[in-house]
Write a protein that binds this ligand. Structure first.
Ligand code: HEM
Length: 742
């Protein structure tokens, strides 16, 4: 019996035909219109006072209501993930474009009419649960497909390679990057001695270092990053034929990042920037989308590359094996409850379905052990597969029993196999009925603790990545290394890192060195690779310096990404009392028609009065935001408004910071005079301010009398390009080094 009719909407909209959504509903709770109860269902009459001996007397042990409430509260926290603790999740669905039956028997890849529900969790790796979204870090990109044949988890990252080649080094890598154990500093940052000490001794990490020092490590949005399965997997078709496969996620909004200077500011202004962006995009109906890509290599071609397919520090360049886009992932529903869903979800590389199998990549092999092992303690026992977000849509029948928090009530007295008392059910499934059969790979080998010689080249692909970047991206990568190594206190670590970088590219090492004020050593004491077993000669595992002509892979540069949409971008309109509300409304309409949002940012909250006397609601006051939280800035006309902005330090900073970060800036009427008096004006000709024609120079757009429609069109084009990188040389040029070798 309920208390009254609910007055508020009782649940967020469900996706009607989504079976996982309906499955989760079985465990959902709706408080609207209900009485407050204890965990035993007893209605609570007084939730304000504990039971006491007299109004001013001591509390009584008898107060079972107080004890239940406080006991539960005392136990609300569970351990955070040992890695990837900070994350954000969303529900969605996946649909294949056409049947992949020729390549794999996986049922969810057979029929374009089938929508497979998914839950996706994005994460950073090093920081704790409450750390900033904008840390320089790899982003986890984990997808749980609830297929008819059981859960398939694709537990990947936004970078296609990894730091290490063998899982046995994972605890060392994570210990090195996590806050240092004596003082627990720094949080969510690799810029410290232990990380770079480890990396400088592990040249196998050099390719991954190029990726994490690139802007890929500071995405503009979780919706604007690629995803990769990293390891080489196998696809097996119904005839049992195996092919190698690499998995990719390609964002339809393109791949975009922020600048490091912005990342630092965002971490202060809005540490939940990515989480909020994902949440708001889904609430606004801007559903994030990725295409699912595969690279297929025939078994017979396993050894045709000059790297090993089993080596997770290597990619197969898309120019050698193109990525076929075979389906689409759409995220369309936010979780109802962060803890129950995003925190309790448990991914595992070992969750596969018939038609998908593993290879002997030694990093993947170790992962196959690690996930269940860690989740046993993180989620408190062996039954976490029963937690609603983890339970498959496919039915579960087996003889596993008991353990903490068991939900399933197994009937009957048989819990072993084989049995005659229960008709030997549940029965093993033949392959034709979906029984999983591991691929029968032929292996003729001695048992050994060793690394294949085919894993030894650590610099060729690092050089490929560096040389495939645009000059702007290279500059950012160099500055990232200058920042990170600049935070390293121990000089020998810096020097060893410069030596390792010089094995990738001398110019890169010298430029980083110039920023540090250190010379690049021509040689170092001891072997360049310290990740060597006790009885192995380091020379046998020494990677040669890269000296050849680098392979250029245009697919690796974000400069070549999608730049024709401003869908879901957030633009600030800087406005004060007296702003030209006609221009503001016209710009808002144009941006909204192009799929973006315009938010009014003013010196104060509440509302401002436009030039026509109308009240304009303010979205944010200048005190609560900064331009780093927006993609672009528009300043409308209006003499009084422009005059008051010009006296507002924060308004000037707002525009100048957007300018420094190479964002599109548009201004009309007196708004143009305002931006001209800021640093933006340095870029404009004197005549520009008076001219009726449109100024369109390195992402600065507008004019004193430029027509708003023309300004809006040029502004939209400039925002779609993401940034006016050609402006960067002017605002923060990268200095060429002088002789920097010792
Ligand atoms: C290609 C290399 C790797 C990738 C792409 C990767 C990716 C991920 C991702 C995305 C998560 C977060 C999952 C979530 O959102 O809940 C994660 C968690 C984790 N990873 Fe990895 N990882 C890699 C290597 C490893 C290795 C080598 C190990 C250990 C041998 C490992 C152990 C773990 C553990 C213990 C967790 C926490 C899981 C949990 O508490 O649920 N990872 N990994």
């Amino acid at each position: 019996m309920s208390k009254q009719k609910p007055t508020r909407p009782i649940s967020r909209p469900r996706v009607k035909d989504d079976p996982k959504s309906l499955d989760l509903d079985k465990n959902s709770e709706e408080a609207a219109g209900q009485f407050l109860t204890s965990n035993q269902g007893l209605r609570i009459n007084d939730d304000q006072n504990s039971l006491k001996l007299g109004e001013r007397g001591p509390s009584l042990l008898e107060d079972f209501i107080l004890r239940e409430k406080i006991t539960h509260f005392d136990h609300e926290r569970i351990p955070e993930r040992i890695v990837h603790a900070r994350g954000s999740g969303a529900h969605g669905s996946f649909q294949v474009y056409e049947s992949m039956a020729a390549l794999t028997r996986a049922s969810f890849l057979q029929d374009p009419a089938v929508q497979t529900p998914v839950f996706v969790r994005f994460s950073t790796v090093a920081g704790s649960r409450g750390s900033s979204d904008l840390a320089r870090d790899v982003r986890g990109f984990a997808v749980k497909f609830y297929t008819g044949e059981g859960n398939f988890d694709l537990v990947g990252n936004n970078m296609p390679v990894f730091f290490i080649q063998d899982a046995v080094k994972f605890p060392d890598l994570i210990h090195a990057v996590k806050p240092e154990p004596h003082n627990e500093i720094p949080q969510a940052a690799s810029a410290h001695d232990t990380f770079w000490d480890f990396i400088s001794l592990m040249p196998e990490s050099m390719h991954m270092i190029m990726w994490v020092m690139s802007d890929r490590a500071i995405p503009r949005s979780l919706r604007m990053m690629e995803g990769f399965g990293i390891h080489t997997f196998r696809f097996i078709n119904s005839k049992g034929k195996s092919r190698f496969v690499k998995f990719h996620w390609k964002p339809l909004l393109g791949i975009h990042s922020v600048l490091w200077d912005e990342a630092l500011r965002i971490s202060g202004c809005d540490p939940d920037f990515h989480r909020r962006d994902l949440w708001e995009a889904i609430e606004n109906g801007d559903f994030p989308e990725w295409e699912f890509g595969i690279q297929i290599v025939e078994e017979k071609d396993e050894h045709k590359f000059d790297f090993d397919l089993l080596d997770p520090t290597k990619i197969i360049p898309e120019e050698l094996v193109p990525v076929q886009r075979i389906g689409k992932l759409t995220l369309n529903r936010n979780p109802d409850n962060f803890f129950a869903e995003t925190e309790q979800v448990a991914f595992h590389v070992g969750h596969v379905v018939p038609g998908i199998d593993f290879t002997n990549d030694p990093l993947m092999q170790g992962r196959l052990f690690s996930y269940t092992d860690t989740q046993l303690i993180r989620l408190g026992g062996p039954n976490f597969h029963e937690i609603p977000i983890n339970r498959p849509l496919a039915p579960i029948h087996n003889h596993q029993r008991d353990g903490f928090m068991r939900q399933m009530i197994n009937r009957g007295h048989v819990s072993y196999e084989p049995n005659s008392l229960g008709n030997n059910d549940p029965a093993q499934a033949p392959a034709r009925d979906g029984g999983f059969v591991s691929y029968a790979e032929r292996i003729d080998a001695a048992k050994t603790r060793a690394r294949s010689k085919s894993f030894v080249d650590h610099f060729t692909q690092a050089a490929m990545f560096f040389h495939s970047q645009s000059p702007t991206e290279q500059g950012h990568l160099i500055n990232a290394l200058r920042f990170e190594l600049g935070k390293v206190a121990a000089q020998p670590i810096r020097e060893r890192m410069l030596y390792q970088l010089s094995q990738v590219d001398d110019g890169l090492a010298e430029k980083v060195a110039a920023g540090l004020g250190v010379k690049v050593p021509v040689k170092i004491d001891g072997p360049g690779n310290m990740s060597i077993p006790a009885d192995v000669n380091p020379k046998d595992l020494q990677s040669k310096k890269f000296t050849g002509k680098p392979f250029i892979s245009p697919a690796l540069s974000m400069a070549n990404t999608v730049k024709d949409t401003i869908q879901s971008r957030k633009i600030a309109a800087l406005a004060a009392d007296g702003c030209d509300d006609g221009e503001l409304a016209a710009m808002k309409k144009a941006l909204m028609n192009a799929g973006a949002q315009l938010k009014v940012v003013s010196p104060h909250g509440g509302s401002i009065t436009g030039s026509s006397g109308k009240a304009i609601p303010v979205d944010f006051s200048l005190l609560t935001v900064a331009s780093v939280l927006f993609d672009a800035v528009y300043v409308p006309g209006g003499d009084a408004h422009a005059a008051s902005l010009s006296h507002e330090m924060k308004a000037i900073e707002f525009v100048e910071e957007a300018y420094k970060h190479c964002k599109a800036i548009a201004a009309t009427g007196a708004g143009f005079d305002f931006i001209k008096m800021t640093r933006v004006g340095e870029d404009l000709e004197d005549g520009d301010a008076k001219s009726k024609s449109l100024v369109n120079h390195q992402g600065v757009i507008g004019g004193r009398s430029a027509p708003i429609a023309k300004v809006a069109t040029a502004f939209i084009e400039a925002i779609a390009k993401h940034r006016a990188w050609d402006r960067e040389q002017k605002v923060s040029p990268i200095k060429e080094p002088e002789n920097n070798r010792k």
